[in-house]
Design a protein around this ligand. Sequence first.
Ligand SMILES: [Zn+2]
Ligand SMILES: [Zn+2]
Length: 213
Amino acid sequence: MSCAFDMEHYRELLDAAKAGGYEWASFDRHPRAGDLFLRHDVDLSLEAALEMARLEHDLGVRATYFLMTESTFYNLRSHVGLYAQRQLRQWGHAVGLHAVYPRAGLDDRFDPTLSWHNPDPGYMTAPVAGSTNVMGDVFFAPALYRSDSNQRWRHGCPHEELARGAFPWLQLLTHPEIWVYDGDTMGQTMRAMLDAERDLGLERLAADRIDLA
Ligand SMILES: [Zn+2]
Ligand SMILES: [Zn+2]
């Protein structure tokens, strides 16, 4: 099995977790044996988040999507932003806030759970009033955490350990755009995303009554 960052291996990763007997948990209670906290920080692309969410739904997988209200790359109040929030809920996923420090403005669009975007160590693990911080003491332990940040597993792809149930429980962070768009490195993947977004941008312009002739 090749550990590519593509949707084929993402599916294998989810299948491995099922084979290992893990159950899908969200950040609303303390971890129990066999929990898999599947977390997605949506940094760049709602379209990629929707594609990943649909696959998970088809496979009976429940994740928590952390969405930004002050993203440089998407607008949660746009048509696609509102659609994404509705659709994620409809597919059974939880929705938390991917917050930019120090603003933890949780409103009724979000479950009371938060992850910080690009956090500094100084506040990364600190408690947040009225919300669970996914990197706080309850949900974070270095040995029980894997992340695909910048298209690199710092401690290896967890599919094999998941399949044999090696983690008592796990918080698994994946970023949808890394898996949905092709590329052997983060740089390649980002360029593939931008290429796809050019077409999307042309569609948006046409929908906005811009004459593209
Ligand atoms: Zn793998
Ligand atoms: Zn982020």
